[in-house]
Ligand binder design. Structure first.
Ligand SMILES: [Zn+2]
Length: 264
Protein backbone atom coordinates (compact mmCIF):
# COMPACT_ATOMS: atom_id res chain seq x y z
CA UNK A 1 0.00 0.00 0.00
CA UNK A 2 1.20 3.53 -0.76
CA UNK A 3 2.21 5.62 2.24
CA UNK A 4 2.54 9.35 2.82
CA UNK A 5 3.77 8.92 6.40
CA UNK A 6 7.25 10.47 6.77
CA UNK A 7 9.76 7.66 7.48
CA UNK A 8 10.83 9.27 10.76
CA UNK A 9 7.18 9.17 11.99
CA UNK A 10 6.54 5.58 10.94
CA UNK A 11 6.48 3.53 14.16
CA UNK A 12 7.00 0.21 12.39
CA UNK A 13 10.22 1.51 10.80
CA UNK A 14 11.82 1.86 14.27
CA UNK A 15 13.88 -0.82 16.02
CA UNK A 16 12.81 -1.94 19.48
CA UNK A 17 15.86 -0.17 20.93
CA UNK A 18 14.71 3.07 19.34
CA UNK A 19 11.20 2.51 20.69
CA UNK A 20 12.70 1.84 24.12
CA UNK A 21 14.38 5.25 24.02
CA UNK A 22 11.05 7.09 23.53
CA UNK A 23 9.38 8.90 26.42
CA UNK A 24 6.50 6.71 27.60
CA UNK A 25 4.68 9.64 29.15
CA UNK A 26 4.91 12.04 26.24
CA UNK A 27 4.82 9.93 23.10
CA UNK A 28 1.51 9.93 21.23
CA UNK A 29 0.86 6.85 19.09
CA UNK A 30 -1.71 7.11 16.32
CA UNK A 31 -3.57 4.01 15.20
CA UNK A 32 -5.32 4.53 11.84
CA UNK A 33 -8.49 2.52 11.24
CA UNK A 34 -10.06 2.33 7.81
CA UNK A 35 -11.56 -0.15 5.34
CA UNK A 36 -11.15 -2.13 2.14
CA UNK A 37 -14.57 -1.93 0.51
CA UNK A 38 -16.37 -1.03 -2.68
CA UNK A 39 -16.24 2.66 -3.60
CA UNK A 40 -18.40 2.75 -6.71
CA UNK A 41 -17.25 2.10 -10.25
CA UNK A 42 -14.54 4.74 -10.18
CA UNK A 43 -12.56 4.58 -6.91
CA UNK A 44 -10.31 1.85 -5.48
CA UNK A 45 -11.35 -0.49 -2.68
CA UNK A 46 -8.64 1.01 -0.47
CA UNK A 47 -10.05 4.56 -0.70
CA UNK A 48 -10.65 4.99 3.06
CA UNK A 49 -7.22 3.54 3.89
CA UNK A 50 -5.45 5.73 1.33
CA UNK A 51 -7.27 8.89 2.45
CA UNK A 52 -6.44 8.17 6.07
CA UNK A 53 -2.77 7.76 5.27
CA UNK A 54 -2.71 10.79 2.95
CA UNK A 55 -4.30 13.16 5.51
CA UNK A 56 -2.30 11.76 8.43
CA UNK A 57 0.98 11.93 6.50
CA UNK A 58 0.34 15.57 5.59
CA UNK A 59 -0.63 16.38 9.19
CA UNK A 60 2.50 14.74 10.63
CA UNK A 61 4.64 16.88 8.32
CA UNK A 62 3.18 19.98 9.97
CA UNK A 63 4.25 18.98 13.49
CA UNK A 64 7.48 20.27 15.03
CA UNK A 65 10.22 17.69 14.50
CA UNK A 66 10.80 17.19 18.23
CA UNK A 67 7.15 16.41 19.03
CA UNK A 68 7.07 12.62 19.56
CA UNK A 69 4.05 11.52 17.50
CA UNK A 70 4.20 8.25 15.55
CA UNK A 71 1.83 6.55 13.13
CA UNK A 72 1.27 2.84 13.71
CA UNK A 73 0.59 0.63 10.69
CA UNK A 74 -3.13 0.96 9.88
CA UNK A 75 -5.90 -1.49 10.64
CA UNK A 76 -6.93 -1.61 6.98
CA UNK A 77 -9.86 -3.99 7.41
CA UNK A 78 -12.96 -2.50 8.98
CA UNK A 79 -16.56 -3.34 9.67
CA UNK A 80 -17.90 -2.96 6.14
CA UNK A 81 -20.87 -5.33 6.11
CA UNK A 82 -23.02 -2.54 4.69
CA UNK A 83 -21.11 -3.12 1.43
CA UNK A 84 -21.29 -6.90 1.40
CA UNK A 85 -22.52 -8.20 -1.96
CA UNK A 86 -20.21 -5.84 -3.88
CA UNK A 87 -17.23 -7.91 -5.08
CA UNK A 88 -13.97 -6.88 -3.42
CA UNK A 89 -15.38 -5.72 -0.10
CA UNK A 90 -13.33 -7.29 2.71
CA UNK A 91 -15.13 -6.89 6.02
CA UNK A 92 -14.45 -8.02 9.56
CA UNK A 93 -17.16 -8.42 12.19
CA UNK A 94 -17.65 -5.90 14.97
CA UNK A 95 -16.27 -8.36 17.52
CA UNK A 96 -13.17 -9.11 15.40
CA UNK A 97 -12.52 -5.42 14.83
CA UNK A 98 -12.88 -4.63 18.53
CA UNK A 99 -10.69 -7.62 19.47
CA UNK A 100 -7.90 -6.36 17.18
CA UNK A 101 -8.07 -2.86 18.68
CA UNK A 102 -8.11 -4.31 22.18
CA UNK A 103 -5.09 -6.54 21.52
CA UNK A 104 -3.13 -3.66 20.00
CA UNK A 105 -4.07 -1.51 23.00
CA UNK A 106 -2.78 -4.29 25.28
CA UNK A 107 0.52 -4.38 23.35
CA UNK A 108 0.88 -0.61 23.52
CA UNK A 109 0.20 -0.62 27.26
CA UNK A 110 2.67 -3.51 27.71
CA UNK A 111 5.32 -1.38 26.01
CA UNK A 112 4.62 1.27 28.63
CA UNK A 113 3.07 3.92 26.40
CA UNK A 114 0.27 6.07 27.79
CA UNK A 115 -1.28 7.97 24.90
CA UNK A 116 -3.10 6.49 21.95
CA UNK A 117 -5.15 8.24 19.27
CA UNK A 118 -7.57 6.25 17.13
CA UNK A 119 -7.76 7.98 13.76
CA UNK A 120 -10.68 6.59 11.82
CA UNK A 121 -11.79 7.29 8.25
CA UNK A 122 -14.54 4.70 7.75
CA UNK A 123 -18.07 5.48 8.95
CA UNK A 124 -18.84 1.81 9.65
CA UNK A 125 -16.08 1.74 12.29
CA UNK A 126 -17.07 4.95 14.06
CA UNK A 127 -19.32 3.50 16.77
CA UNK A 128 -16.82 0.71 17.49
CA UNK A 129 -13.89 3.11 17.72
CA UNK A 130 -15.80 5.15 20.31
CA UNK A 131 -16.52 2.03 22.34
CA UNK A 132 -12.90 0.87 22.16
CA UNK A 133 -11.45 4.26 23.10
CA UNK A 134 -13.37 4.08 26.37
CA UNK A 135 -12.64 0.38 26.90
CA UNK A 136 -8.88 0.87 26.44
CA UNK A 137 -9.03 3.75 28.90
CA UNK A 138 -10.89 1.59 31.43
CA UNK A 139 -8.98 -1.67 30.97
CA UNK A 140 -5.39 -0.51 30.48
CA UNK A 141 -5.45 3.06 31.79
CA UNK A 142 -4.37 4.31 28.39
CA UNK A 143 -5.16 7.95 27.69
CA UNK A 144 -7.14 7.43 24.51
CA UNK A 145 -8.40 9.89 21.91
CA UNK A 146 -10.61 9.60 18.85
CA UNK A 147 -10.45 11.58 15.65
CA UNK A 148 -12.74 11.06 12.67
CA UNK A 149 -11.86 11.93 9.10
CA UNK A 150 -10.81 15.47 8.47
CA UNK A 151 -10.96 16.61 12.08
CA UNK A 152 -13.78 19.05 11.32
CA UNK A 153 -12.14 20.87 8.40
CA UNK A 154 -14.48 23.08 6.37
CA UNK A 155 -14.40 22.00 2.74
CA UNK A 156 -14.88 25.24 0.84
CA UNK A 157 -16.94 24.85 -2.30
CA UNK A 158 -18.71 21.63 -1.31
CA UNK A 159 -22.50 22.02 -1.63
CA UNK A 160 -24.60 21.54 1.54
CA UNK A 161 -26.27 18.52 -0.11
CA UNK A 162 -22.91 16.93 -0.90
CA UNK A 163 -21.53 17.81 2.53
CA UNK A 164 -24.48 16.00 4.16
CA UNK A 165 -25.14 13.06 1.85
CA UNK A 166 -22.04 12.78 -0.33
CA UNK A 167 -20.35 10.51 2.16
CA UNK A 168 -19.29 7.55 0.06
CA UNK A 169 -17.32 7.83 -3.18
CA UNK A 170 -18.84 11.29 -3.76
CA UNK A 171 -17.15 14.58 -4.57
CA UNK A 172 -15.03 14.80 -1.41
CA UNK A 173 -13.50 11.33 -1.51
CA UNK A 174 -13.04 11.51 -5.28
CA UNK A 175 -11.30 14.89 -5.10
CA UNK A 176 -8.99 13.67 -2.34
CA UNK A 177 -7.99 10.57 -4.32
CA UNK A 178 -7.53 12.75 -7.43
CA UNK A 179 -5.08 14.70 -5.30
CA UNK A 180 -3.39 11.70 -3.65
CA UNK A 181 -3.29 9.04 -6.36
CA UNK A 182 -4.96 10.26 -9.58
CA UNK A 183 -3.89 7.12 -11.45
CA UNK A 184 -6.38 5.15 -9.32
CA UNK A 185 -9.45 7.20 -10.33
CA UNK A 186 -11.51 6.11 -13.34
CA UNK A 187 -12.90 9.51 -14.27
CA UNK A 188 -14.93 8.01 -17.13
CA UNK A 189 -16.91 5.75 -14.79
CA UNK A 190 -18.64 8.20 -12.46
CA UNK A 191 -22.13 7.44 -11.21
CA UNK A 192 -24.14 9.74 -8.92
CA UNK A 193 -26.78 8.91 -6.35
CA UNK A 194 -28.15 10.70 -3.32
CA UNK A 195 -29.80 8.61 -0.63
CA UNK A 196 -31.62 11.59 0.90
CA UNK A 197 -32.35 15.24 0.11
CA UNK A 198 -31.51 17.87 2.74
CA UNK A 199 -34.42 20.02 1.49
CA UNK A 200 -36.97 17.25 1.88
CA UNK A 201 -38.25 16.69 5.40
CA UNK A 202 -38.81 13.03 6.11
CA UNK A 203 -39.31 11.32 9.45
CA UNK A 204 -36.95 8.49 8.55
CA UNK A 205 -33.70 8.93 6.65
CA UNK A 206 -30.71 6.61 6.25
CA UNK A 207 -28.39 9.02 8.12
CA UNK A 208 -28.26 12.36 9.93
CA UNK A 209 -31.92 12.53 10.87
CA UNK A 210 -33.84 12.45 14.14
CA UNK A 211 -34.76 8.87 13.32
CA UNK A 212 -32.74 6.71 10.94
CA UNK A 213 -33.19 3.31 9.31
CA UNK A 214 -30.33 0.84 9.18
CA UNK A 215 -29.25 0.45 5.59
CA UNK A 216 -27.25 -1.81 3.36
CA UNK A 217 -25.70 -0.20 0.32
CA UNK A 218 -27.48 -2.55 -2.05
CA UNK A 219 -30.83 -1.30 -0.66
CA UNK A 220 -30.17 2.35 -1.45
CA UNK A 221 -27.29 2.72 -3.94
CA UNK A 222 -27.07 0.37 -6.90
CA UNK A 223 -23.67 1.58 -8.13
CA UNK A 224 -22.27 1.78 -4.60
CA UNK A 225 -21.91 5.58 -4.72
CA UNK A 226 -23.59 7.83 -2.16
CA UNK A 227 -22.97 11.31 -3.44
CA UNK A 228 -21.97 12.95 -6.71
CA UNK A 229 -18.33 12.59 -7.81
CA UNK A 230 -18.79 14.52 -11.07
CA UNK A 231 -17.73 17.99 -9.83
CA UNK A 232 -14.57 16.59 -8.16
CA UNK A 233 -11.27 18.22 -9.10
CA UNK A 234 -7.68 17.55 -8.10
CA UNK A 235 -7.31 21.27 -7.25
CA UNK A 236 -10.10 21.05 -4.68
CA UNK A 237 -8.63 17.77 -3.46
CA UNK A 238 -5.27 19.49 -2.85
CA UNK A 239 -6.99 22.35 -1.03
CA UNK A 240 -9.23 20.10 1.08
CA UNK A 241 -6.37 17.74 1.97
CA UNK A 242 -4.34 20.74 3.13
CA UNK A 243 -7.29 22.02 5.22
CA UNK A 244 -7.76 18.55 6.73
CA UNK A 245 -4.04 18.27 7.52
CA UNK A 246 -4.16 21.51 9.50
CA UNK A 247 -7.14 20.28 11.56
CA UNK A 248 -5.64 16.84 12.12
CA UNK A 249 -2.30 18.39 13.15
CA UNK A 250 -4.15 20.70 15.59
CA UNK A 251 -5.99 17.73 17.08
CA UNK A 252 -2.79 15.67 17.43
CA UNK A 253 -1.04 18.62 19.08
CA UNK A 254 -3.92 18.99 21.57
CA UNK A 255 -3.75 15.25 22.32
CA UNK A 256 0.01 15.42 22.82
CA UNK A 257 -0.42 18.35 25.22
CA UNK A 258 -3.48 16.93 26.96
CA UNK A 259 -3.45 16.89 30.70
CA UNK A 260 -6.41 15.92 32.78
CA UNK A 261 -7.70 19.26 33.97
CA UNK A 262 -10.60 17.70 35.87
CA UNK A 263 -8.32 15.95 38.38
CA UNK A 264 -5.21 18.07 38.80
ZN1 LIG B 1 -14.90 5.90 1.75
Amino acid sequence: MKTWIPDARNFAYLSWKHVDSLSREETLLVLPTAAVEQHGHHLPLATDTLLNNFMLGKALKLLPEDMPVYALPPVCYGKSNEHIGFPGTLSVSASTFMAVIRDLGASIAASGFKKLALFNTHGGNAALVDVMARDLRAEFGLRTFTLFGSGGAAFEGLSPQEAAYGFHAGELETALILSAAPELVHTDRYTANYIADIEKPEVLKPEFSGANFAWLTRDIAESGVMGDPRPATAENGDKWAAAAAVKVAEALTAMYRYENRFRP
